[in-house]
Design a protein around this ligand. Sequence first.
Ligand code: PEP
Length: 251
Amino acid sequence: MRKNIVAGNWKMNKNLQEGIALAKELNDALTADKPNCDVVICTPFIHLASVTPLVDKAIIGVGAENCADKVSGAFTGEVSAEMVVSTGAQYVILGHSERRAYYHETVEILEEKVKLALANGLTPIFCIGEVLAEREANQQNAVVAAQLASVFSLSAEDFGKIILAYEPVWAIGTGKTATPAQAQEIHAYIRSLIVEKYGKDVAENTSILYGGSCKPSNAKELFANADVDGGLIGGAALKCADFKGIIDAFK
Ligand code: PEP
């Protein structure tokens, strides 16, 4: 059975002290009131080694927001998958639309990143999604199908280790959310592509998260859809009460 998951993406927010305080607050809140889903927080690299020992691993997983497409060596400023693992982190967001748009991450680069993440034992949260012009031209299915090429070269066994996140770029940080029907339609399409490629069992076991202006007030109706297995949360992951409100949508 696939898992329900709520994952936070802190992006480039919170200095180290603020990040530690948020992780502690969330850990206390979820220890007192246990979640009915897996919870992950993905933080800037510099927070990872401080945050992982602070949270109860059984309740909160920790992840990075990126990793390098190279193993090691002369790549100034890069952080490898192996380094991420050495902090105690278990997850890594890959393919976020901001990385694709601002740092020119291509299907091929992302394929390398996913493979290195998996080779080091990290669980990739692999993001796909169309921009507004593509949605308006009804191209969203073709766009996500092309983006999935980065992970469709994996063996069925390795594909079974990843989490997907559908994030329409027009909904990220805009306050504009996909309707539950729009989310369900494309999540079902994504799952149908997995059925074609890897078969029904793998597809049924793949968690597909929705991301894009998800908040406590709309999480329940989004997560109620058959093919929506939780959320990847940006802005609302920066406040404990908001993030917990979304986690509580599974109660
Ligand atoms: C994101 O960046 O992954 C995201 C979903 O952001 P927001 O929730 O702020 O739209």
